[in-house]
Design a binder for this molecule. Structure first.
Ligand SMILES: *Cc1c(COP(=O)(O)O)cnc(C)c1O
Length: 360
């Protein structure tokens, strides 16, 4: 068996140790005689799995006690709708920062529910930077301020946390959650689809301050109301049990790696390997402003786009897959989430050097 060096943007590579552990427990979880997939979500075995996953996530992110952790479904995309439904709380507008493809989708969804104030936008420079807080035109009567911590497609990341005063800060952290320590207390709500940096697709994590729960006006439909899920410990209906289990194994793995400070160090090192090479290359190029470059998703283009296919073919021959850029931007994209090793990135950079030498 050979495992590929997998640069997928999502669903993305998982730590091999986690997959091995899941494989070993596939037929018989801890002597229960059942696969986790076959367990009742209300049985004591699965309840212990879910409780441990939540406890470990709380420990990793140092989530304060006045925040609920919800294990939901519907992806980050359903949160684009649930956020206005629950957080507008009778107000008529919300502030959004427009940084690219994902922010655009969040804005589009919110427009169904309220007036959206685009308080900052990077559109003037093709979404290649994160607008500085000083340029945000915030409204004190907005229900909340929404931003996208890491634009997975454009490769733009906020390396600072906005300050929105008394207006709750809402953040789409789908593609950089758990990549570094954060101060959860600065946020009203954080959400993330699992399939980038947490676990398998099908699980969405929402971390929400308690006072923001149950305030939807009108009251959202039962399944779309955070209160339903908070009151029922994310078990109002059957939760994505296997996804929660794998996420729990990932949380344990992260703790073994030294937690999020250690992950941040590794992620800085990995991304620097790529960016340092890109910056001196005459053949490959990344368009993002230096201080806003993503440590998770590194898009780059070839000087001769007609060589894209050959580049991908050569990568595949060296065991590297899923480097093709998003259809909306073309070129290449190397997604290097927590599970990507430093060796994997080194293999890519070595190949890029060789390719430049032969084709530059
Ligand atoms: C992938 C992604 C989404 C969409 O997630 P789904 O789980 O497919 O709904 C939203 N925001 C960001 C930043 C993403 O990377």
């Amino acid at each position: 068996m050979t495992r590929a060096i997998n640069f997928s943007a999502g669903p993305a590579a998982l730590p091999e140790d986690v997959l091995k552990e899941a494989a070993a427990q596939m037929l018989d979880w801890h002597g229960s005689g059942q696969s986790v997939m076959e367990m009742s979500h209300r049985g004591k075995e699965f309840m212990s799995i879910a409780a441990a996953a939540e406890a470990d996530l709380r420990e990793l992110l140092a989530i304060p006690a006045n925040y609920k952790v919800l294990f939901l479904q519907g992806g980050a995309t359903l949160q684009f709708e649930m956020i206005p439904m629950n957080l507008l709380a009778g107000k008529t507008s919300a502030d959004y920062v427009h940084t690219g493809e994902w922010a655009k989708k969040a804005i589009k969804s919110a427009k169904t529910f309220c007036q959206v104030n685009t308080v900052a936008s990077a559109e003037d420079q093709k979404f290649t930077y994160a607008p500085a807080q000083a340029d945000w035109k915030l409204n004190s009567d907005a229900a909340y301020v929404h931003y996208t911590a890491n634009e997975t497609i454009g490769g733009v990341e906020f390396h600072w946390t906005p300050n929105t005063g008394n207006v709750p800060l809402v953040c789409d952290m789908s593609s950089n959650i758990l990549s570094k320590p954060i101060d959860v207390a600065k946020y009203g709500l954080i959400y993330a689809g699992a399939q980038k940096n947490i676990g398998p697709a099908g699980l969405t994590i929402v971390i929400v301050r308690e006072d923001l729960i149950g305030k939807g006006v009108p009251t959202p439909p039962t399944m779309l109301d955070y209160k339903t899920h908070a009151d029922n410990e994310s078990m109002y209906n059957t939760p994505p049990t296997y996804g929660i289990y794998i996420a729990g194994l990932v949380f344990q793995w992260l703790k073994k790696q030294g937690g999020l400070a250690a992950m941040e160090k590794k992620n800085i090192e990995k991304s620097a390997l790529l960016y340092d090479y890109l910056d001196q290359s005459q053949f490959f190029k990344n368009p993002v402003r230096k201080q806003d470059r993503s440590r998770m998703n590194v898009p780059f283009t070839l000087k001769k786009p007609e060589l894209d296919e050959e580049f991908l073919k050569g990568a595949k021959a060296r065991g590297m897959v899923q480097l093709k850029g998003h259809r909306s931007v073309g070129g290449m994209r190397a997604s290097i989430y927590n599970a990507m090793s430093i060796e994997g990135v080194k293999t890519l950079v070595e190949y890029m050097k060789e390719f430049e030498k032969n084709h530059g």
